[in-house]
Design a protein around this ligand. Structure first.
Ligand SMILES: Cc1cc2nc3c(=O)[nH]c(=O)nc-3n(C[C@H](O)[C@H](O)[C@H](O)COP(=O)(O)OP(=O)(O)OC[C@H]3O[C@@H](n4cnc5c(N)ncnc54)[C@H](O)[C@@H]3O)c2cc1C
Ligand code: FES
Length: 347
């Protein structure tokens, strides 16, 4: 994506949630609301030490609940972009974005289901957005939230969540967990506590339930293991990973390293390039000045997801696309390679 293709957004409102965490409401700089789905994220582009960098932030608002796009940012010590937003950004500032993306969204068939959310710390942002969408959207879907924080003073959206609790008494359950709690049986989340909470709040047929997890890497890994031990299938679990520093040390290699043609189809026009391992589809596209969305470049965020309409793509790493997505042709260009022949991708 060239600079001319970035969109500019303006900060229209800033609210401090707790010290070091602020919510920023955004609109297009030339006017108009930014379209989005609950659970997605928006990616910003900025220059740091002369180099172009990108950071993504989950959307904490819900269009279904009538809210304009908002992000909620936690200040990271020594963080280049989060400190810029928390310490210096003001209403009226203009930010550059590559747009909204992400697959941490509710499926069309979520209606009538029980949805269980696990969030820790600032990982609450996309979960808060999803819960609002789910509760605003239908009368028979129920939500359970397990929300972990180090202590109560760091927990974001407490008043709003309590407001939802009293408004949707029969459809929402929340278990707040604090690491500093006196009662150690309900403090830090562990596998045994996941089992206890599931038995307490989500009895019934778990094969129909959906599970959403967002938080630190180790937390997410523990919850996923715990769910699997409780017979929850991988395809029932959606995860959103904020931490891009957890890439596996061993990177797999594709079964086919020959050059293949990649045709990008966009609005009826087609452009074909050639790529060969170790150049990913994304890297080859950038080399040819083809504007594709991306953020983490590590198979973790989903912003580069596109649809492959013919041929086969092999991924060196994929943490976001589920089997169902892959079956429908979704691919990640940042870790994807054409294998076994030429491919066509819709942009
Ligand atoms: C899909 C997605 C959604 C995200 N949503 C949100 C969100 O809703 N709210 C939010 O606040 N952030 C969110 N993030 C994280 C955000 O993109 C940045 O990574 C974060 O703000 C740090 O960026 P920075 O430029 O300030 O720090 P950097 O300059 O990138 O990092 C500075 C130092 O801090 C360390 N560091 C980076 N991130 C963390 C962290 N989370 N905890 C501890 N140390 C860290 C780095 O390793 C480095 O040493 C999301 C990330 C992704 C990929
Ligand atoms: S850019 Fe993040 S998964 Fe590809």
């Amino acid at each position: 994506m060239t600079e001319a293709q970035y969109r500019q957004v303006t900060i229209t409102r800033i609210t401090e949630q707790v010290p070091g965490v602020k919510t920023f409401e955004l609109a297009y700089a030339n006017g108009g609301a930014i379209p989005y789905r609950s659970g997605q994220f928006i990616t910003f582009v900025f220059t740091h030490h002369g180099k172009e960098e990108r950071r993504s932030f989950s959307i904490s608002s819900s269009a279904q609940a009538g809210e304009s796009l908002a992000i909620t940012v936690k200040r990271i010590d020594n963080g280049a972009y989060s400190r810029l937003l928390i310490d210096r950004a003001k209403v009226g500032d203009v930010l550059q974005t590559t747009g909204v993306a992400g697959l941490f969204t509710l499926p069309a068939d979520a209606l009538g289901k029980q949805v269980v959310f696990f969030a820790a710390g600032i990982g609450i942002t996309p979960v808060f957005s999803l819960i609002k969408e789910l509760l605003a959207g239908t009368d028979d879907t129920t939500a359970m939230l397990v929300y972990s924080n180090r202590n109560k003073s760091e927990a974001v959206f407490l008043a709003e969540l309590d407001g939802l609790l009293s408004r949707y008494r029969t459809r929402l359950t929340i278990e707040y967990l604090y690491s500093d709690a006196q009662n150690l049986a309900r403090a830090r989340l562990n596998k045994a506590l996941v089992r206890t909470l599931l038995n307490e709040y989500a009895p019934g047929d778990r094969s129909k339930m959906l599970f959403y997890i967002c938080g630190p890497y180790e937390y997410m890994r523990m919850v996923i293991y715990a769910l699997e031990e409780n017979s929850i299938k991988d395809e029932q679990i959606r995860r959103e990973n904020f931490n891009m520093n957890t890439r596996p040390v061993v990177v797999a290699e594709p079964p086919d390293k020959a050059p293949h043609n990649i045709s990008f189809v966009h609005n009826g026009t087609e452009q074909t390039i050639t790529a060969q391992y170790p150049e990913t589809i994304l890297k080859a596209a950038i080399r040819h000045n083809i504007a594709l969305p991306y953020s983490c470049e590590a198979g973790r965020c989903g912003s580069c997801a596109l649809r492959c309409t013919s041929g086969k793509v092999w991924h060196s790493y994929n943490e976001v696309l589920m089997d169902m997505d892959l079956r429908h042709g979704s691919i990640l260009t940042c870790t994807g390679y054409a294998v076994g022949g030429d491919i066509t991708i819709e942009v």
